[in-house]
Ligand binder design. Sequence first.
Ligand code: GAL
Ligand code: CA
Length: 343
Amino acid sequence: MVILLCICLILPQTGCANVSAGGDEKISVGVVVYSFDDTFMEEVRSAIKNTADKENVRVEIWDSQGSQNKQNEQIDQFIKQGVDVLAINPVDRTAAGVIIEKAKQENIPIVFFNREPIAQDLQKWDKLYYVGAQASMSGMIAGQILAEYWKEHPEMDKNSDGKMQYVMIKGEPGHQDVELRKKYSISYIEQQGIQVDKLAEDSAMWDRQKAKERMLAIISTYGDQIEAVIAQNDDMAIGAIEALKEQGYFTSDRTFVPVVGVNATLSAIQAIKEGVLLGTSYNDAQRQGQATLLLAKELAEGKNPQESGFEKETGFSIDQGHYIWVRYIKITSENTNDALRNR
Ligand code: GAL
Ligand code: CA
């Protein structure tokens, strides 16, 4: 430290300001998150915070409480405060265009995360990025878990009609994960030569309690006809399982209902271990939070992450000039530990 400070005193132009006394010149990142009530986003938030602490970056993280208007005000406030960079988890991803105009005017780069702006918006400036996981992949994993189970467990076809009667519990309308998880889960199952038959499809806004209520209604209509439940995240999968349990399912092998989720939250891993959740895909909040913060820092330092050695140093590669993709991992009872690394 002493040596470093000396070098800084001798060479003030080398950008040592951040380690000099006072800390006032730390990089500051303004972060907005669509809602603090979201289980998965809680993990992303803490990953951002932990990385910021490690990197000696000042970070403020605000709750947009599900309101795009509120978020726009928060962004105005951050700009007024003079943050060096913004990290944005939009409430409404189609609102990115307006946000981009503002930030660009002030030359403040933006890293969007988890809720993906439409491609045209991201092309509007070279200091715009998106960090997330590829939704199609989580869809395929859900389909794969069910297709494999179907092949190994002929009794899953309760009515022996050769078709998988399924229920789909979806997240928030308009979210990229909703359409893509839906499309890719089903097409994966069909590609495996398994016919599907949709009994019901409903939205439960990523929420456990709402999913439980929807599922109770679905059970009262379809009951034993249900051969599979595809929930678009783990909270909703657990809500569906609670409803099924309440209606007498999961008391023996005979009343087991295959349910899949997405995220690999800690409660989901617990549910897999208990044998009630068939599987999920690990949505790596740690790496997404880390990539968001590291990229934000790089941009705040005025660097071009594609030329600065960022990719080599961090291991995160930049795709098509604007994207960092974090991979999902298929999780079943065979590999729950894969979702516990880094946690
Ligand atoms: C998804 C995640 C959901 C929810 C949503 C919020 O990636 O699977 O559980 O957190 O992001 O945008
Ligand atoms: Ca069937």
